[in-house]
Design a protein around this ligand. Sequence first.
Ligand SMILES: CC(C)(COP(=O)(O)OP(=O)(O)OC[C@H]1O[C@@H](n2cnc3c(N)ncnc32)[C@H](O)[C@@H]1OP(=O)(O)O)[C@@H](O)C(=O)NCCC(=O)NCCS
Length: 181
Amino acid sequence: MRASLKDNSTDVHNSSAPTEFVPVSSPAHIAVVARLARDIWYEHYVPLIGRPRVDYMVSRFQTAPAIEAQIGDGYEYFLVARDGRHLGYLAVQEQHAERMFISKLYVTKEARGTGTGRACMEFIEQTARSRGLSRLWLTVSKRNPAVQAYERLGFRIAEPIVMDIGGGFVMDDFRMERDLN
Ligand SMILES: CC(C)(COP(=O)(O)OP(=O)(O)OC[C@H]1O[C@@H](n2cnc3c(N)ncnc32)[C@H](O)[C@@H]1OP(=O)(O)O)[C@@H](O)C(=O)NCCC(=O)NCCS
């Protein structure tokens, strides 16, 4: 898989090509994830949580060095690609008690609503099952429409959680989970 992005203007909705999940480890792929992250986070989150918080979160968690450090800490990043285009990225972390934490799941605006998120979740589910894990979980901003998408994907709200992420910012989230049994 080449690290360069094709022009995304071609209609991704009409592609019947399979969705691919490319493990991220090389600096070139990390740079692609960082670029996707910047594009998606500013487009999606500024209206939801405001620019100062997005500035803080992108600079703290989604620069190339930050992503590289997370990979070193056991987070597994994957680029989501279809028909040679990068449509987003995801990151998971295998945890104790047979759990898999979905740390990141971000699809470009153009590729949303085309089954990409569902394909990502099926990939995550298969990966978790192949490792004998029995539960998926994630956190999501209460105001994010992704809550409804996750519900359609079989997750339920487990509890509200308030997280101090530093920089004077607090996340007002839901923890959502899905049993695989
Ligand atoms: C959340 C996200 C990953 C879902 O990906 P997607 O490609 O849009 O999802 P799909 O097209 O595969 O849809 C999956 C299911 O969720 C539903 N869904 C998707 N977006 C929805 C929304 N905004 N409201 C209600 N349901 C929604 C779909 O109808 C579908 O259900 P169905 O198959 O039963 O009809 C994607 O919208 C995204 O990246 N959003 C921006 C970034 C983000 O917020 N990420 C989550 C961070 S925690």
